[in-house]
Design a protein around this ligand. Structure first.
Ligand code: GRF
Length: 218
């Protein structure tokens, strides 16, 4: 059973460590001052890096932006949970958040914690997914938005979008091509989850099913 739809505009938090281009895409789709019938609104951004451009983007958009230090995971997670509770958050999106979260944190947000990963999972989990795709000689790559479970990049897939790997690609050119698709996939996945059309406890499905659904627009 999905906990969504809520029957009101869902409150979304984004955790980001870096440039925040996926955050920007989510802000466009789920703005901080939403129309009355909006499925969701981004109302909190948390970063473990005080200088992360993601925090500046959030502030520029008028969204509460907090730096939470990650010296020790326990301390980071306790402070993040307090901030998420205080902001009454319904859905948490990891958009380039470069830290592993504990099983306890993941369980707490089960069914309402999404991540974006730059590969067609289950291929190339973990770091340097684009490099892994190049080294494997893949003809196709892409991105996956999935629920977070206790494994690394293993949770239920919500949306996948694919791109070709081109002759002469290096990590950066492939990452850039994938990133364009990420900016479509993440808002699309959040929409599917908030409308109750996909849930973490849905029967496992193949990556191809998720890709088909993305290609027909949900
Ligand atoms: C993206 O490539 C995403 O797939 C990965 O981290 C990157 C974040 O980019 N998890 P940005 O900060 O959203 O621009």
């Amino acid at each position: 059973m999905s906990r969504f739809p809520l029957g009101r505009t869902a409150r979304i938090a984004v955790l980001a460590s870096g440039r925040g281009s996926n955050l920007e895409a989510l802000l466009r789709a789920f703005p901080p001052t939403p129309p009355g019938d909006a499925l969701g609104t981004v109302c909190l951004v948390i970063s473990n890096r005080p200088e992360a451009p993601a925090l500046a983007r959030a502030r520029a958009a008028g969204v509460e932006a907090r730096h939470v230090a990650y010296d020790r995971r326990e301390g980071f997670e306790a402070a993040a949970v307090a901030a998420l509770d205080e902001a009454d958050i319904d859905l948490v999106c990891l958009a380039g958040f470069m830290r592993i979260l504990s099983p306890a944190f993941v369980r707490r947000y089960r069914g309402r914690l999404l991540n974006i990963h730059p590969s067609l999972l289950p291929a190339h989990r973990g770091l340097h997914a684009q490099r892994q795709a190049l080294e494997a000689g893949d003809a196709e790559s892409g991105c996956t938005v999935h629920f977070v479970d206790e494994g690394v990049d293993t949770g239920t897939i919500v949306v996948q979008r694919s791109v070709p790997v081109l002759d002469g690609d290096d990590e950066e050119s492939l990452a850039e091509r994938i990133r364009e698709q990420e900016h479509l996939a993440f808002p699309e996945a959040v929409g599917l989850v908030l409308s109750g059309r996909v849930a973490a406890d849905a029967a496992p499905e193949s990556s191809a099913d998720a890709r088909d659904r993305a290609e027909v627009g949900g």
